[in-house]
Design a protein around this ligand. Structure first.
Ligand SMILES: Cc1cc2nc3c(=O)[nH]c(=O)nc-3n(C[C@H](O)[C@H](O)[C@H](O)COP(=O)(O)O)c2cc1C
Length: 172
């Protein structure tokens, strides 16, 4: 499968079968995050893998807790690179790592969905995180019980002419 085919195959999966996820597959997914680029190569992240049902329910009050696994992506705001104007690149770095993982998850015939609508303060408390570690996203994952049409992007994404300008910004 080409990279573009893999990108189009990836979709948000919110329903999972009960089939457990093999540990080797979890390691492959975490390796995909490990090799992700980050600003100044700071790698300001930590990944917490939850398989324990009680813990999953404490961090994810909705459908996410039904996934066999939830990866909690945490950003380290002390080790992340800050530009001279102070901009913290932690969220950007974390997003790249998540994207690497979602593509690997797809390649492994698993499904997942980004979740940013969660209680990050409660999650930090439940996981007893140090102050500089922020839970940025959850990635519930497992074997998919639902599938999306890989051609849905034709109707569900903005066309290139609406999102690209050449040789300078042109108002729409
Ligand atoms: C940064 C980010 C945060 C998201 N947060 C949530 C979320 O909290 N809950 C949810 O159900 N989906 C969430 N999504 C999934 C998006 O709704 C989904 O990616 C988008 O509708 C496109 O659909 P697709 O992933 O199937 O292509 C999030 C996606 C991104 C990239």
């Amino acid at each position: 499968m080409s990279v573009f085919e893999l990108m189009k195959k990836r979709c948000s999966v919110r329903e999972f079968t009960d089939q457990p996820v093999e540990e080797e597959k979890l390691i492959r997914i975490l390796e995909a995050a490990r090799v992700a680029p980050s600003a100044a190569n700071r790698q300001p992240w930590h990944f917490i893998v939850l398989r324990n049902q009680a813990l999953k329910e404490q961090v994810s009050s909705h459908w996410g807790a039904k996934a066999p696994v939830i990866i909690v992506i945490c950003g380290d705001h002390i080790s992340s690179w800050h530009r001279k104007d102070g901009k913290d690149h932690c969220d950007i770095d974390a997003a790249i790592a998540v994207d690497h993982m979602t593509l690997m998850i797809t390649e492994l015939e698993l499904g997942s969905c980004w979740v940013c609508a969660f209680n990050n303060i409660r999650t930090a408390e439940v996981l007893d995180l140090p102050e500089q570690l922020e839970p940025i996203a959850l990635l519930p994952l497992g074997y998919p019980a639902e599938f999306s049409d890989p051609d849905r992007h034709d109707s569900q994404r903005k066309p290139l002419e609406d999102i690209v300008s050449w040789d300078g910004y042109k108002k729409g």
